[in-house]
Design a protein around this ligand. Structure first.
Ligand SMILES: *Cc1c(COP(=O)(O)O)cnc(C)c1O
Length: 344
């Protein structure tokens, strides 16, 4: 791996972070706060939130089997996807490599930051070859993006290939494990200490059932997290979100129950889809959705919209011709979809 100093943009490396009022007295106990020009009335909303979300991180760390210093919290994974571009990639000079097809935000953020995006096509089983990804890199490649389980295909990416990639690339490898709660493959998050150039993304939006609060996580070595903390908006996670996250973290077993229910529903849905004359194939999935190859995805999609049922039409995505991506809902929602398709 290159040194962090070589990987980080020079302006970010030399950046003096904004020092907020609440940062500067640390180490002392205080009970009169006249430092931040807040209004003393309208509690509890009058006070700025903890800029480093230490209470949330303390509760999250043991659940995720990482140290609090290895955690960055963002306004959704969206912020954790955008920040690496702003920290590592000089606009107009640097580039990133990613698998294709995959989650759309990696490319959107590359385009916004004026960073060249180099997609490398997966094989017919939606798998990567580490060699092919490495062959697409050059001396200006700062980041390689891998999503596992991948979206929209749903499958885990081969773990040995991911390890090979992380071990051989001299820049940053980001593994988006947004759906890893639904998978039995050992998450790369557990290998953080072995790979100082790896960042792993998780989210509260999927298995944790908290998409509305906008809370995403990046796990990485302490030096990288420190750089993220320097570049992020000082108060990027508001108090309502921090408090709701603490609520959710009190009951991780509830998440396990949801996951078990959704996995049972998933196999029921897949079996039922296989019986539909308009369904040609279901791809293997390790997530809370599946990709279905239909005889005519656009027609089926339009028909379902007419009935008020929305699935994701992925037919215009590479390697996904005539594919619909179907999220697993409640038993009732799933039954509505099935009965509509049976009447098709
Ligand atoms: C849904 C999803 C996320 C979550 O994004 P948030 O901004 O945290 O809601 C992240 N990565 C992938 C691949 C996803 O599909």
């Amino acid at each position: 791996m290159k040194s962090l100093k070589e990987l980080v943009r020079p302006n970010i490396w030399s950046l003096a972070a904004y020092s907020s009022a609440r940062n500067e007295y640390s180490g002392h106990v205080a009970n009169v706060f006249l430092d931040a020009n807040e209004n003393p009335y309208n509690r509890p909303f009058n006070r700025y939130p903890d800029p480093l979300q230490l209470e949330v991180k303390a509760k999250l760390a043991p659940i995720k089997r990482v140290r609090p210093e290895q955690i960055f919290l963002g306004n959704g994974s969206d912020e954790a996807i955008d920040l690496p571009y702003r920290c590592f990639c000089s606009p107009g000079i640097d580039n990133v490599v990613a698998i294709e097809p995959t989650y759309g935000m990696y490319k959107v953020c590359a385009d916004i930051n004026d960073v060249e995006y180099r997609p490398v096509l997966l094989d017919d089983n939606y798998q990567i070859s580490a060699e092919k990804l490495l062959a697409a890199t050059d001396e200006n490649t700062k980041i390689i993006w891998v999503c596992s389980p991948n979206n929209p295909s749903g499958n885990n990416i081969d773990r040995d290939e991911i390890v090979k990639l992380v071990d051989s690339f001299d820049g940053i490898v980001i593994i988006d494990e947004a759906y890893s709660d639904f998978s039995s493959q050992k998450p790369m998050r557990d290998e953080l200490d072995k790979h100082p150039n790896m960042i792993v993304l998780n989210t509260f939006s999927k298995a944790w059932g908290c998409a509305a609060i906008r809370l995403g996580m990046a796990f990485g070595n302490e030096d990288i997290i420190e750089i993220f903390n320097k570049v992020k908006y000082p108060y990027n996670i508001n108090n309502l979100t921090q408090n709701q996250a603490l609520e959710a973290l009190k009951d991780p077993f509830e998440v396990d129950k949801w996951v078990r229910t959704l996995l049972l529903e998933r196999s029921r849905m897949i079996d039922a889809f296989k019986q539909l004359p308009i369904c040609e194939k279901i791809y293997h999935t390790d997530a809370n959705f599946f990709l279905a190859k239909m005889t005519d995805a656009q027609k089926t999609y339009d028909y379902l919209v007419e009935k008020g049922i929305i699935v994701r039409n992925r037919t215009r995505i590479k390697l996904c011709t005539n594919c619909l991506r179907v999220t697993i809902g409640t038993k009732n929602e799933n039954n509505e979809l099935l009965s509509a398709l049976r009447q098709y």
